[in-house]
Write a protein that binds this ligand. Structure first.
Ligand code: SAM
Length: 327
């Protein structure tokens, strides 16, 4: 098997797939309220996604994450999971979800072969949750965390984006959940994306969050034995069984360790979340290209992957929202 190595000698073994750009939430920092969903015709069918994954697997891609949009907004996602699990070389399928529909589908997803879930949650307060997401489904999300743990979609990780002046008063509440409820909470720095209502000046850095937590709970102890494919740094609070993680997407450049690329819901390979370079693969899939040809297209996408994103030079991705790219 050939490995997928980019021009900067990084081995790419992890693919994140936006299965749909549709979502039942309208998070203020993710997509504008004027966001137009793409047509069903433009969205990759499950068989088409599986074909791309089959080609990627021949290049050493072993880990897949289903995301979106909201992946559970797409019907019969367990069917896609089962298709991907059966592809030789694919070792792990995980999912990032907002949790509103997870209780309903968790058992069938687990049975199909889904390993674990990340659940996004930015507020523990009903009114704040409603303000951020445009929805009153906080209880559904909280319940889904328990269900995911009970069913064994573990370790469940909670993804939290902190926005200055909006939910930064809840940092220690989330941290406390690692003690009281064994949660694994990961604070993700807010990245500016064109088109979202909230963009600039909202950043609360990982360092600021760490300082706020350690001031209240004492020094954070580095924690190393955690399953993960990414750049999060994990810690434990004194007396906690859960972990607190930090993804400094803006203030800490971890591009040199990047092992991933993305497949957008309309069939573009996107080598970097924060860079607008994309390579179309849908056309080739739809005209029945061979696995070898699809693998070559994937290799060509890896070859345009840049050394690092350019957020710190002030530029930001301009064309797509997170929902299409797959956060
Ligand atoms: N709907 C699913 C969910 O909510 O988890 C999956 C898609 S969502 C785009 C994936 C993750 O991206 C979520 O954890 C969300 O908080 C995060 N996200 C979206 N926009 C972001 C931004 N501008 N900066 C940082 N994280 C963002």
């Amino acid at each position: 098997m050939t490995n997928l190595i980019d021009s900067f000698d990084r081995q790419i073994d992890y693919m994140r797939i936006s299965v749909t750009d549709r979502c039942d939430l309208r998070c203020i920092y993710c997509a504008a309220s004027s966001f137009q969903n793409q047509s069903h015709e433009n969205t990759l069918r499950y068989e088409e996604i599986a074909r791309v994954v089959e080609a990627a697997a021949t290049l050493g891609v072993t880990k897949i994450r289903l995301t979106g949009g909201e992946p559970l907004a797409r019907l019969h996602l367990d069917r896609l999971v089962a298709m991907l699990v059966s592809i030789p070389g694919i070792e792990e399928i995980s999912m990032t979800t907002n949790g509103t529909l997870l209780t309903k589908y968790a058992a069938e997803l687990k049975a199909a072969g889904l390993k674990r879930v990340n659940i996004s949650l930015d507020s523990l307060k009903p009114d704040k949750f409603a303000y951020i997401t445009g929805s009153d489904k906080l209880n559904e999300v909280l319940h889904s965390i328990d269900v995911a743990n009970d069913i064994g979609l573990v370790p469940v990780k909670i993804n939290t984006v902190i926005l200055k002046g909006i939910n930064d008063d809840e940092i220690t509440d989330f941290a406390r959940k690692t003690i009281t409820d064994c949660w694994n909470v990961r604070f993700i720095e807010h990245m500016p994306f064109a088109g979202a209502k909230k963009q600039d000046n909202d950043l609360v850095s990982s360092q600021e969050i760490m300082d706020i937590i350690s001031k209240k709970y004492g020094e954070l102890q580095p924690h190393h034995s955690h399953i993960g494919n990414g750049p999060a740094k994990y810690f434990k609070l004194p007396g906690a069984n859960g972990t607190v993680g930090f993804i400094g997407a803006v203030t800490e450049c971890f591009c040199s360790e990047c092992n991933r690329f993305r497949l957008t819901s309309d069939g573009k390979l996107r080598p970097c979340l924060l860079d607008d370079d994309e390579v179309d693969i849908r056309e080739a899939v739809r005209r029945g290209a061979s696995i070898e040809e699809l693998a070559k297209i994937i290799q060509s996408a890896a070859s345009v992957k840049r050394a690092q994103h350019s957020l710190d030079s002030g530029s930001k991705p301009s064309v797509r929202s997170m929902r299409q790219i797959g956060g």
